[in-house]
Design a protein around this ligand. Structure first.
Ligand code: GH3
Ligand code: MG
Ligand code: MG
Ligand code: MG
Ligand code: MG
Length: 313
């Protein structure tokens, strides 16, 4: 006789239930030429609340993926008309790597070579048909969690811990792209700013108040420049990359920001804290992004010399 036992531990079942609210926002594409198999996969995935999309072969799958670039997982059969699973995986991997999109290969043909080939072509995982629904679910969750962890790590590596603005590392990688487009004719302005007399601010109100002011700066910057790239360069120095703006437009915007920062202080307990900033703005491309930042920094230094709380550029 067959003993029917629960394949999930209690802890695992709890974990699966906790995931359901996450799954609702995740698109999964099922690529399978057999209608029966496709509908079966859809049913299993919908039990876990995933948004399921379908394609009958590789060519159709590429179209669906183009229309829905936010698909997080593709489950694909091997043997299909028009374009098979290997070719699909190969083509998808020219656009999206394993940290953006998970792919699970599927096939009922003899194992070994097939699974290896799926993985060599860029699939994250492989599942042999017929499979237990539990195995499908475990592998789907496992692969999605890997992507989520990589994305969380990337995000943490690119953010400044105190202000949650981007850090210098991200600024340079995003900036290089913008700099390349600037060399091809798209305008780019760079602003570097620094809080005035911040050392004496810290000395007067304390380091905690200094930190509160930096957090406040982060909030005002991301609010005022949501269309642009804002970063903390270090200490009380910040940077805004303004693609598409001329020197004059950028200087006007930065001057509005300077006034806003001067006007809107922040409360720390009963203390209302205020500070001012000096800003350098350039759209002179020079020979590198780094030279642009240096130039903006020189203009910032001039604003300091001229008495602070001003924009030079
Ligand atoms: P200036 O107007 O010329 O910019 O004068 P300043 O005093 O702002 O410039 P200086 O470079 O002499 O001092 C910068 C100060 O910023 C010193 C440092 O203690 C403070 N600072 C840097 N990072 C942090 C931080 O994360 N938190 C706090 N509270 N203070 C910081
Ligand atoms: Mg098939
Ligand atoms: Mg300063
Ligand atoms: Mg200084
Ligand atoms: Mg400074």
């Amino acid at each position: 006789y067959v003993v029917k036992e629960s394949r999930f531990s209690y802890a695992y079942a709890v974990k699966l239930i906790q995931r359901l609210s996450l799954n609702e926002h995740i698109k999964v594409l099922v690529v399978e030429d057999s209608t029966t198999a496709r509908k079966y996969l859809r049913t299993l995935l919908e039990q876990h609340l995933f948004q399921v999309l379908e394609a009958e072969h590789g060519v159709q799958a590429l179209d669906v993926y183009r229309a829905h670039p936010d698909i997080r997982l593709i489950i694909t059969d091997y043997n299909m008309p028009e374009m098979d699973g290997f070719e699909l995986v190969r083509q998808i991997r020219t656009q999206s790597d394993k940290s953006d999109l998970a792919i699970i290969g599927l096939s009922s043909m003899e194992k070994g070579a097939l699974s290896a080939k799926f993985i060599k072509n860029g699939a994250n995982d492989f599942l042999q048909k017929p499979f237990f629904p539990e195995e499908l679910h475990c592998r789907v969750i496992h692969n999605l969690e890997s992507i989520e962890q990589i994305q969380a790590l990337n995000e943490a590596a690119n953010r400044d811990y105190l202000t949650n603005l981007y850090n210098r590392r991200y600024l340079y990688s995003a900036g290089e792209e913008l700099y390349k487009s600037a060399q091809q004719g798209r305008p780019l302005a760079v602003a570097v700013m620094d809080i005035d007399h911040f050392k004496s601010f810290n000395d007067s109100y304390g380091h905690e108040a200094g930190d509160a002011m930096l957090v406040h700066m982060g909030e005002l910057l991301s609010e005022s420049f949501s269309r642009f790239v804002t970063a903390r360069l270090g200490g009380e120095e910040f940077c805004v990359l303004l693609p598409g703006l001329s020197q004059t437009q950028a200087r006007t915007l930065m001057d509005q920001f300077r006034l806003r920062f001067e006007d809107e202080g922040v409360y720390l307990g009963d203390n209302y804290l205020q500070a001012t900033i000096s800003i350098g703005v350039t759209s002179y491309l020079g020979h590198s992004l780094d030279s642009m930042l240096h130039h903006a920094d020189e203009l910032l230094y001039r604003a300091k010399e001229m008495g602070r709380n001003s924009v030079v550029g």
